[in-house]
Design a protein around this ligand. Structure first.
Ligand code: PMP
Length: 441
């Protein structure tokens, strides 16, 4: 079809004005307040098909947000629509055990190296909470080590040092634990120890200073730090140190899971954690999450000593959506295609940046990546490197893409997610928009 340019967004503006009178802040999730278009209000999306979405003004975009990686098979995937229509006819939720949850758990155990046993939840935040509970229950310890800038959801438990300012962050190798929001109790903050990413010496020093750590949690590819990659050997070091100290290693694979390959980041890097957390691509666009891990660590939960519940956990509706999605992603050809598509976009960005003389780094893997306007075009290795990048330039870049019909993540510190349904035409249009956006910078 004809490649669209952004027309007006007046309907989005009036919906936002109306929303502010009944929805707190006009939004349903804090991050959406900053998800603005070129104008200072969010875009209201109304429908999608394949890799494309439409807003309420009728503008069409090729979508590289895909609900933060969730709609991995594209919007309104016929595979999902057919399966879910059947579930709508026969009952969506019973609050009881059901067949699709069993088949789904079996498939996850086959696909994910660390998964001997699985539990389901409804969102990444919830499943992280479940994994942390399991780790604390298993070890009898309470402290959690997290890495500066990594994101593990909005819960009190771990909404700490997500995006501290340089002034808040404290000394480099012993960062402050900075609550992300008022309302997080100091007692909870004290149980979270923060460490810089990709620094073996700092990690060992922090672990030496805190002998009562139950779990180390990380994003193996830091989707929420512009896809900062782990240095060679760093994930192996985490594995060794956790094993030596009896600490549970948790990979938060909410973004990487089933997207960077059928076995997620743990298969990609060949490092097997004790527990892993999944959501987003797992549900293909419906709300479901899981935590999964080794027998021994999941055993107190399996015995019923460690508690975890949820009315909506693994409802037939969401378990079926996940089953259909994972059966598709189980085929390595699907994730390979996602990776190759993403790499072609990454290449287009590098070429356009080079031709226009704009220094930037394109980092991550094909399935998830980000464009980082660092002063000298170098990649970021840690959260604090991101504080030195030009995030205003990212906003301009993103707005230039939006005007040319390409929809990406609003956060300079987050990333692009590639759906399996990008067509050759979509790809050509994306690369052309990228080239023009760089010219406009
Ligand atoms: N972990 C990671 C790595 C995430 O990216 C997110 C969400 N962006 C979460 C956890 C929390 O998931 P949710 O928003 O579904 O609660």
């Amino acid at each position: 079809g004809v490649f669209p340019a952004l027309g007006g967004t007046d309907s989005s503006r009036s919906w936002f004005e109306r929303a502010q009178r009944s929805l707190a802040g006009g939004i349903s999730s804090s991050s959406r307040l900053t998800s603005t278009g070129p104008d200072p209000y969010p875009l209201y999306m109304s429908s999608g098909s394949g890799a494309r979405i439409r807003d309420v003004d009728g503008n069409e975009y090729i979508d590289y947000l895909i609900s933060y990686g969730s709609a991995v098979l594209g919007h309104a995937s016929p595979l999902l629509t057919n399966a879910l229509t059947e579930v709508l006819r026969t009952g969506t939720m019973f609050g009881t055990c059901n067949v699709p949850e069993v088949e789904l758990a079996e498939l996850i155990c086959r696909m994910v190296p660390c998964a001997d046993l699985v539990r389901f939840a409804n969102s990444g935040s919830e499943a992280v909470q479940g994994a942390v509970r399991a780790a604390r229950g298993y070890t009898g310890r309470s402290k959690i080590l997290k890495f500066e800038g990594h994101y593990h959801g909005w819960s009190d438990t771990l909404a700490i040092s997500n995006r501290p300012t340089a002034a808040e962050a404290g000394p480099y190798d012993t960062p402050q634990s900075v609550p992300h929001s008022p309302g997080i109790p100091q007692g909870v903050v004290q149980d979270v120890v923060v460490c810089p990413w990709n620094d073996p010496a700092a990690l060992r020093a922090v672990l030496d200073a805190h002998r009562d750590v139950a779990a180390v949690i990380c994003e193996p590819i830091v989707a929420n730090n512009a896809c900062t990659m782990p240095d060679a050997g760093f994930l192996d070091l985490l594995r060794e140190e956790c094993t030596a100290r009896g600490i549970v290693l948790i990979f938060d694979e909410v973004c990487t899971g089933f997207r960077t390959g059928p076995g997620g980041a743990q298969a990609l890097f060949g490092v097997v954690p004790d527990l892993a957390v999944f959501s987003k691509a797992l549900g293909g666009g419906l709300p479901i999450a899981a935590f999964a891990g080794r027998h021994e660590v999941m055993e107190p939960l399996a015995r019923g000593e460690v508690k975890h519940g949820g009315t909506y956990n693994a409802s037939p509706l969401c378990a079926t959506a996940a089953l259909v999605t994972l059966r598709a992603l189980h085929d390595p050809a699907v994730t390979k295609r996602i990776d190759e598509t993403g790499r072609r976009v990454m290449e287009a960005v590098r070429r356009a940046a080079h031709d226009s003389g704009v220094p930037c780094a394109v980092q991550g893997v094909g399935a998830m990546f980000q464009v980082v306007f660092s002063p000298d075009g170098t990649r970021t290795r840690q959260y604090r490197d991101l504080l030195r990048t030009d995030r205003a330039r990212y906003d301009t870049f993103r707005h230039e893409l939006l005007k040319r019909g390409v929809h990406t993540n609003a956060y300079a510190m987050a990333c692009w997610f590639v759906p399996a349904t990008v067509t050759d035409d979509d790809l050509t249009a994306t690369c052309q928009a990228v080239e023009e956006a760089f010219k406009a910078l």
